[in-house]
Design a protein around this ligand. Structure first.
Ligand SMILES: *[C@@H]1O[C@H](CO)[C@@H](O)[C@H](O)[C@H]1NC(C)=O
Ligand SMILES: *[C@@H]1O[C@H](CO)[C@@H](O)[C@H](O)[C@H]1NC(C)=O
Length: 426
């Protein structure tokens, strides 16, 4: 295929490799690229970011980092926000998060008042149920259209189930409220590229869990519903699930039982532990720690490969550090060493799309929650999006462990020379 690739090389803390050389230390390494075959093929709009539901009252250990970044209150007239999304043409946006499984849509079948989430620590996820008014859904879709974003909407998958004392959610999914939202969306001509069922209910779940067998049946119901509502419309939105943490047995059963009904299997990544962890920066700068996630990617790839499913995989939500990240770490320059490595690693395991938690909100936004000003990772995302093409090439690096290399074919026209983008932190 010729020399058509971009090599993304980045490294950090060279001083630890050459501690006795004052200034101008040179470190040698060699990048090996097998240009003959690609090991993965990412979506053209591989870079994705999330918008969440958390209200301003969402706090973690006394830190309240969500401000007005919720789908329900985000300022859609902000010019920086609009231009930040437009710069990608297109940016994938996944709308969802913990509270999505407590959202009611204010469609004609919903007869109760449309109320906000209210903090209540004795309830699941710490909040009461909340409601999406249709006028807000209209505003959001108008904004998405202008910004050119590609939308993935996460539906409430707990609707109709009851939570047992052992923490499991049982019973079939009640799709009626979701159905009326989807019907309304189609009637209005809003473009939703994928409907996702549920958030973090797979495996052991977060807060509660749903068995794989039941989840597969519900995903097939969603598929049938979408086929029906979009009859005569092409292309139809994709059906994606479960938006949870990888659990080999659960994922295997789910894939085997959904077979061709599922387009994409989504998993979440918070491999750095909680945002309050005082060793967060050390983990981000530790190559062997970063390498740990390759194990999950590899097992997921083998699970898909050995199943009856034709689904591809996405990282549907990845914030690195859970409980909203950490100020001055997950929104700072240092976090790009985690983020860029994740983009490269995910691609090398044939992940098609990678959604960063968040576009805005919490301490891990690509944009600052209060000012909307881009954080360093915003530019990492944009650089990746502009340079890295769809075909992922087998790449290895021999040299200091703190330098990482990933190669893809160039995004646009064939480039006649190898170009390297080097980000250094001396
Ligand atoms: C919080 O939720 C519990 C359980 O549903 C309920 O009994 C209680 O009244 C709620 N508290 C407030 C302040 O609304
Ligand atoms: C998938 O399975 C096929 C044969 O069943 C094998 O040749 C291929 O290497 C596998 N790929 C991965 C990524 O495991």
């Amino acid at each position: 295929m010729g020399l058509c690739f971009w090599v993304f090389v980045f490294g950090y803390s060279f001083s630890t490799v050459n501690a006795d050389t004052a200034g101008g230390a040179n470190v040698e390494g060699t990048v090996f690229i097998d240009g003959k075959a690609h090991i993965g093929k990412i979506d053209n709009d591989f870079v994705c970011a999330t918008l969440d539901w958390w209200p301003p009252e969402k706090c973690d250990y006394g830190t309240c980092s969500w401000g007005h970044a919720s789908l329900l209150n985000l300022d859609l007239n902000n010019k920086i926000l609009l231009n930040a999304i437009k710069a990608f043409t297109p940016l994938k946006l996944r709308l969802g998060g913990t509270l999505q499984d407590k959202v009611i849509y204010d469609t004609e079948d919903h007869r109760l008042p449309c109320t906000h989430f209210v903090k209540n620590t004795s309830q699941l996820f710490g909040f009461t149920q909340g409601c999406l008014p249709l006028y807000r859904w209209d505003e959001l879709n108008t904004f998405f259209k202008i910004s050119g974003a590609v939308i993935i909407f996460g539906l409430n998958a707990l609707s109709g189930r009851s939570i047992r004392p052992d923490g499991s959610a049982v019973g079939a999914w009640d799709s009626s409220n979701a159905e009326s939202l989807i019907r309304y969306t189609v009637k209005k001509g809003y473009d939703i590229s994928a409907w996702e069922l549920g958030n973090e209910l797979s495996g052991n779940g977060v807060g509660t869990r749903v068995a794989a067998n039941q989840y597969a049946a519900d995903s097939i119901s969603l598929r049938n519903l979408v086929q029906d509502i979009y009859s005569g419309v092409e292309p139809k939105p994709q059906i994606i699930a479960p938006g949870g943490f990888f659990d080999q047995n659960w994922f295997k059963e789910f894939l085997d039982k959904t077979t061709k009904s599922l387009d994409v299997i989504t998993h979440h990544i918070y491999n750095l532990g909680p945002g309050v962890d005082t060793h967060l920066i050390e983990k981000i700068l530790d190559p062997s720690y970063l390498d740990g996630e390759a194990n999950t990617f590899s097992r997921l790839q083998r699970t898909i490969n050995s199943s009856a499913s034709s689904a591809t995989s996405w990282v549907g939500e990845a914030g690195g550090a859970y409980n909203s990240g950490r100020n001055l770490v997950t929104n700072a320059f240092v976090f790009s060493f985690w983020y860029l490595d994740q983009l490269g690693m995910a691609s090398a395991y044939d992940t098609k799309t990678y959604c960063r938690q968040t576009l805005i909100g919490g301490n891990y936004g690509l944009l600052n929650t209060n000012t909307f000003v881009p954080n360093p990772d915003y530019y990492s995302a944009l650089l990746w999006h502009r340079l890295m093409g769809r075909n992922v090439l087998s790449t290895s690096f021999s040299g200091p462990k703190k330098i990482r290399a990933y190669a893809h074919c160039a995004k646009q026209s064939v480039s006649s020379r190898i170009q390297a983008s080097i980000i250094k932190n001396h």
